[in-house]
Design a protein around this ligand. Structure first.
Ligand SMILES: C[S@@+](CC[C@H](N)C(=O)[O-])C[C@H]1O[C@@H](n2cnc3c(N)ncnc32)[C@H](O)[C@@H]1O
Length: 200
């Protein structure tokens, strides 16, 4: 019951604050704790619809920054001129296309992708999507860049966290307050991307 109240509170707050979804508060908390985004950043937002993370990101990076969003669904929000969205499946998208739209390597890769919940094996699909995010990050993130990606906790979570640690200086799990307690949703936050092939 208390969880449902919290969920509804964030839902109402998002409406009042003009955000497209209550997910906005998860990114705001991640930003408060980790300062991932900075003014002028180039940001890739994977699983960007309906668009609240792009709204939060826009406020932080300002006009000098750039956002490229990708989602299976179109984004219906009015977006700033420095935001471009691509409709498509990230597993079928050429990372070079995203790099080219941004005009260079990304400073930050975000992913709030969630599989369609089926009740069984969702955590495995989520882990597969995270591995895809890591593969895209390897091709598009700048040296020293940052990452925040959603994962449903399950048997693959420790392996995905170690795979993230292998290519970033630091990586850890975070469960934002705006995430419902009963949910297995976590975020892996990583900083200090080390491009494969460079000496550490
Ligand atoms: C929780 S929503 C994201 C909310 C968004 N961060 C916001 O703040 O508005 C998850 C999104 O992931 C997208 N998604 C799931 N699988 C995807 C895939 N393979 N490629 C691209 N987007 C995907 C869904 O279409 C959905 O819009």
């Amino acid at each position: 019951m208390a969880r449902r109240v919290l969920h509804d509170e964030y839902f109402k707050k998002a409406k009042a604050d003009g955000y497209a979804a209550r997910s906005a508060y998860k990114l705001l908390e991640i930003q408060k704790r980790h300062r991932l985004l900075r003014e002028g950043d180039r940001v890739l937002d994977i699983g960007c619809a309906p668009g609240s993370w792009m709204q939060v990101t826009s406020e932080i990076i300002g006009d000098a920054g750039r956002i490229v969003g990708v989602d299976l669904k179109p984004v219906r929000l009015a977006l700033a001129p420095n935001v471009t969205t691509v409709v498509g499946d990230i597993e079928q998208t050429d990372p070079q296309e995203l790099f080219d739209i941004a005009g260079g390597a990304f400073d930050v890769v975000l992913s709030d992708m969630a599989p369609n919940t089926s009740g069984h094996g969702d955590d495995l699909v989520s882990a597969r999507l995270c591995r895809e995010v890591l593969a895209v990050a390897m091709k598009t993130l700048r040296e020293g860049g940052k990452l925040a990606m959603k994962i449903l906790e399950g048997s693959e979570y420790p392996a995905v966290l170690s795979e993230t640690k292998a290519v970033f200086r630091v990586a850890k799990g975070l469960k934002p307050k705006a995430t419902r307690d009963a949910s297995r949703e976590m975020f892996i936050i990583a900083e200090g991307f080390r491009s494969p092939g460079l000496d550490s």
